[in-house]
Ligand binder design. Structure first.
Ligand code: CA
Length: 224
């Protein structure tokens, strides 16, 4: 069955062009021309992926994303005319999966769509544990000794990746590549910042030593 894509974009010419190309690739496409209508459709849960413009009438893309993420983990690729680091960071912090700057080559968009859809189809729902921590990818929940830990999407994904590599030292570059998943120009200290967030919420609160620093290399989760 072909994936269903919701395209939320107010530039009708661009929307029609992208729709044509996506249909040609075999995707099912539904268009919305403003944020409010887009959010309503997105919340219907009928889509496998959402392409979301940032500058939209009625409700901007960031707000659409913020509201959507309260109840949905559907992959979202943000589209924007601005190549602004601040937009990238806030979009990703709000839980966007990827980001593409207009004007883009349709081949690049198609490649990113394939990547985002592939990531979802991976059998990644195995419950992972370390020390007294338990991460359930299906429920997107984390507990330590049965007490819940509230994490943002990015924090969760970082922890998930480290847990999948439990016992292995993972470099900052590998984390950037696999958790951030695109050419992020925030640099590798972004990883350090997010590891600090995780330690504040987990290691410090529960007084455990979960994430270890390997100086000059990266991080490792140890089960001892
Ligand atoms: Ca727009």
């Amino acid at each position: 069955m072909s994936a269903k894509i919701l395209l939320i974009e107010d530039e009708e010419k661009l929307a029609r062009f992208v729709e044509l190309e996506l249909c040609y690739e075999g995707y099912g496409v539904t268009k919305a021309f403003n944020g409010r209508e887009g959010l309503e459709l997105a919340l219907s849960g009928n889509f496998d992926l959402i392409l979301l413009d940032i500058l939209l009438p009625e409700l901007n893309g960031m707000e659409v994303l913020r509201r959507l993420r309260r109840s949905s983990n559907v992959p979202v690729i943000m589209l924007t005319a601005r190549d602004s680091v601040a937009d990238k960071v806030s979009g990703l912090d709000l839980g966007a999966d990827d980001y593409i700057t207009k004007p883009f080559a349709i081949e690049e968009l198609l490649a990113r769509i394939r990547t985002a859809l592939r990531k979802v189809s991976l059998p990644e729902d195995e419950v992972l544990t370390a020390l007294s921590l338990r991460l359930d990818p299906k429920r997107r929940s984390v507990t330590v000794g049965n007490k819940p830990v509230e994490l943002t999407k990015r924090e969760f994904d970082l922890l998930h990746y480290l847990l999948k590599n439990k016992g292995l030292v993972v470099s900052r570059e590998a984390l950037l590549e696999n958790v951030w998943d695109f050419d992020f120009d925030g640099g590798t200290n972004t990883v350090d910042v997010y590891v600090r967030f995780l330690r504040t919420k987990i290691d410090e609160v529960f007084n455990i030593k979960l994430i270890h620093t390997v100086r000059g290399v990266g991080y490792v989760i140890k089960d001892e």
